[in-house]
Write a protein that binds this ligand. Sequence first.
Ligand code: AMP
Length: 587
Amino acid sequence: MRTDWPPIVKDPREWTVAPNLVSYDAARAAFSWEAARAELDGLPGGALNIAHEAVGRHARGPLRDRTAILWLGKSGERREISYHELDDLSSRFANVLAGLGVERGERVFALAGRIPELYAAALGTLKYGAVFCPMFSAFGPEPIRQRLGIGDGRVLVTTGTLYERKVAGIRDSLPGLRHVLTVNGEGVDSPAGTLDFGQAMAAAPAGFETAHTRPEDMALLHFTSGTTGKPKGAVHVHEAVVAHHITGKLALDFHDGDVFWCTADPGWVTGTSYGIISPLTNGITMVVDEAEFDADRWYGIIQRERVTVWYTAPTAVRMLMKVGDEAVRDYDLSSVRFMSSVGEPLNPEAVDWGRRVLRLAIHDNWWQTETGGIMLANFRSMDIRPGSMGKPLPGVDAAIVARDPGAGVVEVTDADVEGELALRPGWPSMFRAYLGEDERYRKCFAGGWYLTGDLARRDAAGYYWFVGRGDDVIKSAGHLVGPFEVESSLMEHPAVAEAGVIGKPDPVAGEVVKAFVSLKSGFEATEPLRKELLGFARQRLGPAVAPREIDFLDTLPRTRSGKIMRRLLKARELGLPEGDTSTLETT
Ligand code: AMP
């Protein structure tokens, strides 16, 4: 990636609204997490609850009637949900959980598109003191089964349609899943074995006293993928709300009166931290669009709803670029004061396009499921170095480190030297565990650092630049896909002997999932079989995870210890040097 693009230099005379963070150095020097926490209410006796900070306190204050969620339905519906309404809905949901006998700390999962019920369930779960765990509605039955199993889901909130298509068939394998609540259309009965969400809400009492959760009580469970093994459930606690709140203010520049649109789905951590919690704790209005990407629709929403802060993903920016420069000409995007992106590398060409065509500077920022909130950012007041992820948030200490066989981990202090991006533990939204996997959690820390698994470098001015992942995990259209999950699923097909899965570079999605399979004897590598395998994987894994391409190979390259060498598969696919093949098994 070229890194010598001209910087986008900010001119304070252009500010009609001053940024919350005016001088980076001064803000860093003055920052303390205690002061950030003091912006929140808290509850008696040192208790802290995300739902109270997000809706409860606003529902009883001057923001009571302000629109919290501006919901736009797929078929053109528009609904404004005020802070006090959202608070009431979450109380009702908390009462539904009480009525079902759910215990505090038990897990309530969601599998739904961006429907209002999802937001009531998320906040109601937190208010009740249970743990909210969102899943992508695009997941197939297998990822759903795994996550509900690992997280020991007690309750699932979904829609009747999704339940019948994806959950009914796996329900028997989930004995811990006691209750399923389904959102159903007017006059449509809830599927057998489920309770109707609307009826349960209508029958539940209205008021609920927010649980006095301790700051270290588990609040959110977000699944993420690793190179090997099962998906990992990153545990976040109520204390995380301190980071959600303050990073929204500093990195996304939330101001009173803002209309904020985070295009991410709550199935991904971004869609929860910044698509639910942060805008609400900051008391602003957030747009929730139920529909999928459509350039005209998106530009129309920004113009019509006068969106002031827009947070999206590089893949979405590249999709807008693909639709072309003409598409934006009919729309007025001048309401947007701040635009930001996250989740994958934002290439400088996209920043340049944003500047020329959208007339917006796109501020990239970096974080991951484990960090719970934004850790590096291009702030509104800072010049942008296109291609860079920005600088550490106030209160966050970052470094580039090298793993050293003798010393463990050593900090790389020289500029422009590649190493692993590391963070000093202690920020409030740091994950507290991978559920039930202590050893995997411990391995993320060394020498007093949390090791992010990303390779990066820092330039002389302190900006961080993404280099790549340190492992084989794939980032496709913003989704983190664990190759092992895909390989395991393919190997369940009777024809497949072994499978190796890589991320193949793609101009729009960043990477697409590509699988290589070898077949058991008696099966022939034919086009119909390839199609069958693609369909098989898609049916089990869902479109967000399933491979887009499958190639047949006679054998897959393996190390002598038997591991499939994905790195080699990738190098061969891309025509790159094969690197060190000394451990390659030769048969
Ligand atoms: P997730 O946990 O699914 O949010 O994925 C986190 C991963 O996405 C990070 O570890 C990075 O590999 C990647 N990522 C997130 N933000 C950026 C960014 N601004 N630039 C490059 N990669 C990013």
